[in-house]
Design a protein around this ligand. Structure first.
Ligand code: HSE
Length: 411
């Protein structure tokens, strides 16, 4: 500590030199001068941990393979964890915090599954655990949620939380690409997770809504408590029907405060009306809409994935900590509980339905509906919007009909 103050040096170690980790090194280097000015200290990248060799990297002198080197070096103040996953990353984060080092993370899986215990651990050891980059990539959202909106009782958080799926849906909507073609493009652009299932099946969005819900409503929400549906089932036919009535299909993560401190949280594709600003969020962009009792609605928008946007949020956390190493900064939320999250079955909304049934049969079951049409529809295909009702109600009315798509409409 003493030596640090004399030297005015803050030492950083990056764990994992993948897309985000290499972006963090790049931002720390490119913007080094202004970062040092803002921190009023020299911020130095001392180590990069990776199992691979990078002999031609400008950072080649920083590379180590043994986390023990970082853990036992008293000069290391801040550890940046950009490994991902919840195994090695959990071990290294735990050890770094116990060694009295602050940790900055972009790892939504780790925060969503172990955030509560890691925050406790950070507090016990008087260090910071920050993870702005874990939700919304480069978008400032976690700090605004906890500081700028601190005066509000929040009632709802709804977001487009996954860049890859938003990119895929946008390419399906605007270029008529198939799901596979659009996924391949997203992967080539470095947006997708290594395992595309994390993106397209909604797990990544699920982890992010867990983190947002914990910050907004004060209790840990675990991914396995949040019903999650991805976009594999969304077809170009659904896109065309949605377009015919002025809607865009978007994958939304939602957390809604219910009575008696319960929470309704889920991830699912939605039909979003043109009047809602979320409908205009395209490509890899993310947006998070928050409702509070003083602010009303507020929306945060920006690049939700990608090397430098994500590094922007990581390095901002590093700067925050480096400005004042003695003051620990940690979000505070309580432990989770098994009965916290209630089923989205209680939420009433309109529904988009596509299936094979006669309009007479549909009208007999549903009463008033809004029929939809598209060019090139096969004989017997029926699509319509229902009046507001819950999912069990809509499913009961659909009994005996061949159902192809059922998507909630965002009010
Ligand atoms: N695969 C994620 C996405 C990266 O597409 O949004 C950012 O978390």
């Amino acid at each position: 500590e003493e030596i640090h103050e004399v030297n005015g040096m803050v030492n950083v170690a990056i764990l994992g030199f993948g897309t985000v980790g290499s972006g963090v090194a790049e931002v720390l280097t490119t913007n080094g001068g202004l970062i040092d000015q803002r921190v009023e200290n020299l911020v130095r990248l001392k180590y990069i941990l990776d199992v691979r060799d990078f002999p031609d990297s400008p950072y080649r002198d920083c590379f180590v393979k043994d986390f023990g080197v970082i853990e036992s070096d008293p000069e290391v103040d801040i550890v940046v964890e950009t490994i991902g996953g919840a195994t090695v990353a959990l071990d290294f984060t735990t050890r770094a915090l116990k060694a009295g080092k602050s940790v900055v993370s972009s790892n939504k899986e780790l925060v969503a599954t172990h955030g509560y215990e890691l925050l406790q651990l950070a507090r016990e050891h008087g260090v910071s655990y920050l993870f702005e980059a874990s939700v919304g990539g480069g978008i400032p959202i976690l700090r605004p949620l906890t500081s700028c909106l601190a005066a509000n009782e929040l009632s709802q958080v709804t977001g487009i939380l996954n860049g890859t799926t938003n990119y895929i849906l946008t390419r399906m909507i605007k270029a008529g690409l198939t799901f596979e073609q659009a996924l391949k493009e997203a992967q080539e652009n470095g947006y997708a997770e290594r395992d595309p299932s994390a993106d397209v099946d909604g797990h990544d969005a699920c982890r992010k809504i867990c983190i947002l819900a914990a910050l907004a409503f004060g209790q840990h929400v675990y991914p396995d408590q949040v019903p999650t549906q991805g976009i594999r089932g969304v077809t170009l036919a659904d896109v065309a029907y949605a377009d015919s009535c002025g809607y865009k299909i978007k994958l939304l993560g939602r957390a809604i405060r219910e009575r008696e401190g319960k929470l309704c949280a889920f991830v699912a594709p939605h039909l979003v009306p043109a009047s809602n600003p979320l409908s205009g969020v395209e490509d890899v962009f993310n947006a998070i809409s928050v409702t509070g009792n003083a602010i009303g609605d507020v929306m945060f928008y920006g690049r939700g994935a990608g090397k430098l946007p994500t590094a922007s949020a990581v390095v901002a956390d590093v700067i925050d900590i480096a400005k004042d190493l003695k003051t620990a900064r940690c979000a505070v939320w309580g432990p989770g509980s098994r009965d916290l999250v209630v089923s989205s079955d209680i939420l009433s909304s309109r529904w988009y339905v596509r299936g094979t049934a006669s309009m007479d049969k549909v009208r007999a079951a549903f009463g008033e509906i809004s029929p939809l049409a598209r060019g090139g529809a096969p004989a017997g295909e029926t699509a319509f919007l229902t009046a507001p009702m819950t999912e069990p109600q809509v499913r009961a009315r659909l009994e005996g009909m061949e159902l192809h798509s059922l998507i909630r409409v965002l009010e």
